[in-house]
Structures are given as structure tokens and as C-alpha cells.
Design a protein around this ligand. Structure first.
Ligand SMILES: C[S@@+](CC[C@H](N)C(=O)[O-])C[C@H]1O[C@@H](n2cnc3c(N)ncnc32)[C@H](O)[C@@H]1O
Length: 392
């Protein structure tokens, strides 16, 4: 398991069941999950509201609760969350996977002043309140976590945020996709997401952050990065995942999309059979994300003075070499994200090998390492002495 991800504790099952108010046998849950999954993919599939809520609470909560951890981990590592009790706002909160996932991912020293969850589904919000109370009671969240305040609100209507006040950590987990999917092509979807983000940014304190999680599929990730470009052009700061404010290199061809894919993270054991029976993946966790700020602070600014890069692929090990894709400020000029480490060179050097570096890792690359690099095709040939992982 990736070290910065805290595995979902088995105690969550009892908390979620109590919040839902019933126990759903695994076979029945698999049927509900299969139907709800098709709805998430945009299919017009009928599902009883109670069954949809059961699937979301018992299956999607434990699966999706981890997806916000990288963004919160990076904000924490960079010291970029305000040093005061945090006001947390969750947009399209559902049963709470993103806000409660963010609380789980905060360091033990963090204090939380308020948790406000909004959604157009009051039944989901009622479950969220019970999940938060139950998790606090079971010791899965700090005892000081305040009770969640909830508000019913339609986020697709103009002016939805007028009454919501300012918050330090504004979250939107797998929300924008729900009301922007129908907007047509990538450009139209990106513009619709940007309209939502513009309104969400009005709820972010001057030194706070907006964390957006979207599905890791190609169309959804690309639409999020089209929205990134629009928000950048309007003056927002991209804190993460990008370490530059240039055009996203992965939007240049239709082939690529910037997303997270943790191949070594499996569903909690008690849900693996449910996923298999529902025809869903039980290994690997994918999502895309974007963290925006108003104060100009970036993840890049917290990194060492060398050129900041992010590993945006798994390492690919072939005979005699390891290849990977890195993204950073030099990527735009080079026009190629590929880096190569030759085994014969890596073997002789001390330090971390490219093959051992996980997707998403932040890396510092010395300027000399870039200037002196020989190229392998168009890829950058790494000198092991001139780069190092920084986080995690
Ligand atoms: C896929 S769920 C994600 C829930 C939660 N954020 C999470 O991370 O698990 C999407 C949520 O967005 C809510 N939603 C969709 N359209 C909405 C709208 N127009 N206004 C408010 N909430 C909406 C749904 O009710 C649902 O709870």
C-alpha cells in the first residue's frame, strides 16, 4: 500500500451500516452496485433511491474515501493550509466520502472548526451526518471533529453559493461530472466545469484552497484540465497537480490524459467479492484532481530549488532500461514527457532507482542534470546523481 494512503479501517463497515440503518447482504449489494455504476456512467438505468443510497454508502464511500488524500497530503506537506481551525465545505457531498476522507488525511495536529456539506439530495446528507457522528464515536475521526452542518442546494443553478460563506478547504469530489457530463464535447464540458469552479472559488478564503476530484477516465480528466486552462487564464493559481502554469502537455494529443492510477491499492477485502460480482475492478484506484488557490501559492514553491517534476506514469521496465513520463516546467519546451534510466548506469549509482518510484511522486531534478543529459530518442536520459524523489 502506498505509504501516504491510510488503508480503510474495517471499523468503517459498522459505522456505515448504522448510518444506512440496515445490513445489505453482499449478493444484494452487488446488484445495487452494478446498477448504480451504470448510472454513474451516464446510462438511464432505474434504481430504487434506497438501493442507490445503500450502494453509495456501503461500496462507494469506502472506495472513494481515499481519493482526496493526495491533494490534502500535498497541501499539508507544503504548509499551505491556514494555521487555524479549518472551515471545510463539501460541494455535492453525498454521503461524505470526500469531506470525511479529507478529515482522515489531515495531520493529527490539524484542527477543524466546521464541516458544511451541501447536496441536492437530503437523504444522502442525512446519512452523511450519521456517518460523521458514528466515525467520531468509533475513534475513526478525532474526538474534536465538529458535527457536520448540511444544506440542500442545487449546484447547477446560478448563485448557488451566495449563502455559504467563506471556507479554508472547499471540496468537490466527483461532483462536477454529474451536471456537466451532458454538455457535449471536451471544450463545452471544460467550460461548464469552469463555470462551477468560478462559483466555488468565491467560497474559498484568501489563503484557502479548492480541491476538485473527478473520475480518472479519459473524457472526465481531460475536461477537468480544459477547465484548468480557463481558470488559469482568468487568474486563478493552480496549486496541484501541475508544477507549472503552462498548457497541459497531455491535452496536445487526444491519446493522453492526466490522472492518478494507483495500481497497488485494492478495495478493502470485504468489498472485493462485491466488486467482482458487479463486474467492476477491485484492484487499482483512479481519479483526476485539481487544486486551485487565490493567493498565488503553489506546490512548486514548496519544492527544493532544483527543477520540480512529477512522475505522471508508472515506471515501465524493459530490457536494460526503465522509462517513465514526468511533467514539469521544462516539459513544455521539450515537448516530450519521457525520461529514461539505463540499468547499467543506475546499477553503479547510489540512491533511488526510477523503477522504484511511484506514479504521482514529486521529484527534484538538478539544472545540470537537464543540460548534460544525453537524449534517447527525444526522451531525457537521467543521470541518477542528479535527481531525487521529494514527496511522498
Ligand atoms: C458521485 S456523488 C459523489 C459524492 C461525494 N462527493 C463523494 O466524493 O463520494 C455526486 C454527488 O453530487 C450530487 N449532485 C449531483 N448534481 C447535483 C446538483 N445539481 N446540485 C447538488 N448536488 C448535486 C449528488 O447528489 C451526489 O451526492
Amino acid at each position: 500500500m502506498t505509504p501516504w494512503l491510510k488503508p480503510v479501517e474495517p471499523e468503517w463497515t459498522a459505522v456505515l451500516e448504522r448510518a444506512l440503518g440496515r445490513t445489505v447482504p453482499p449478493e444484494a449489494l452487488a446488484v445495487m452496485v452494478a446498477r448504480q455504476s451504470r448510472r454513474y456512467l451516464g446510462e438511464d438505468v432505474a434504481i430504487a433511491p434506497a438501493d442507490g443510497l445503500a450502494a453509495r454508502t456501503m461500496f462507494w464511500f469506502p472506495r472513494d474515501v481515499l481519493k482526496v488524500a493526495r491533494a490534502v497530503g500535498e497541501l499539508t506537506w507544503a504548509g499551505a493550509l491556514p494555521d487555524r481551525p479549518l472551515r471545510v465545505l463539501d460541494l455535492g457531498a453525498g454521503v461524505g466520502a470526500t469531506s470525511l476522507g479529507a478529515l482522515r488525511a489531515l495531520p493529527p495536529t490539524a484542527r477543524v472548526a466546521s464541516v458544511t456539506a451541501v447536496d441536492h439530495d437530503p437523504a444522502a446528507l442525512a446519512i452523511l451526518r450519521r456517518v460523521a457522528d458514528g466515525a467520531r464515536g468509533a475513534g475513526l475521526l478525532p474526538a474534536s471533529t465538529p458535527a457536520a452542518h448540511t444544506a440542500v442546494c442545487d449546484l447547477s443553478q446560478p448563485g448557488w453559493g451566495d449563502e455559504l460563506g467563506l471556507h479554508d478547504l472547499v471540496l468537490a469530489g466527483l461532483t462536477a461530472v454529474e451536471f456537466t457530463r451532458a454538455h457535449g464535447d471536451e471544450a463545452a464540458r471544460g467550460a461548464a466545469i469552469a463555470a462551477f469552479l468560478r462559483e466555488a472559488m468565491r467560497r474559498v478564503a484568501d489563503d484557502g484552497a479548492l480541491v476538485v476530484i473527478e473520475p480518472g477516465s479519459r473524457a472526465e480528466s481531460r475536461a477537468l484540465h480544459v477547465a484548468r486552462a480557463i481558470m488559469l487564464a482568468e487568474g486563478a493559481t493552480v496549486f496541484a497537480p501541475c508544477l507549472h502554469a503552462l498548457e497541459c502537455p497531455m491535452l496536445r494529443t487526444t491519446r493522453d490524459w492526466c490522472h492518478e492510477d494507483l495500481a497497488d491499492v485494492a478495495l478493502p477485502p470485504w468489498l472485493q467479492g462485491v466488486a467482482k460480482a458487479a463486474g467492476l475492478r477491485w484492484e487499482g484506484l483512479t481519479w483526476s484532481y485539481l487544486v486551485l488557490r487565490r493567493d498565488g501559492r503553489t506546490l512548486r514553491g514548496a519544492m527544493p530549488a532544483e527543477t520540480p517534476m512529477r512522475m505522471v506514469s508508472q515506471p515501465s521496465v524493459t530490457k536494460g532500461k526503465t522509462e517513465a513520463w514526468w511533467c514539469g516546467p521544462i516539459t513544455g519546451a521539450r515537448g516530450d514527457l519521457r525520461v529514461v534510466e539505463l540499468d547499467r548506469v543506475a546499477k553503479r549509482a547510489a540512491g533511488v532507482k526510477l523503477r522504484d518510484v511511484a506514479r504521482g511522486t514529486l521529484v527534484a531534478l538538478e539544472e545540470e542534470g537537464i543540460a548534460e543529459a544525453e537524449t534517447e530518442g527525444k526522451a531525457l536520459r537521467l543521470d541518477p546523481a542528479r535527481w531525487r524523489p521529494v514527496w511522498p
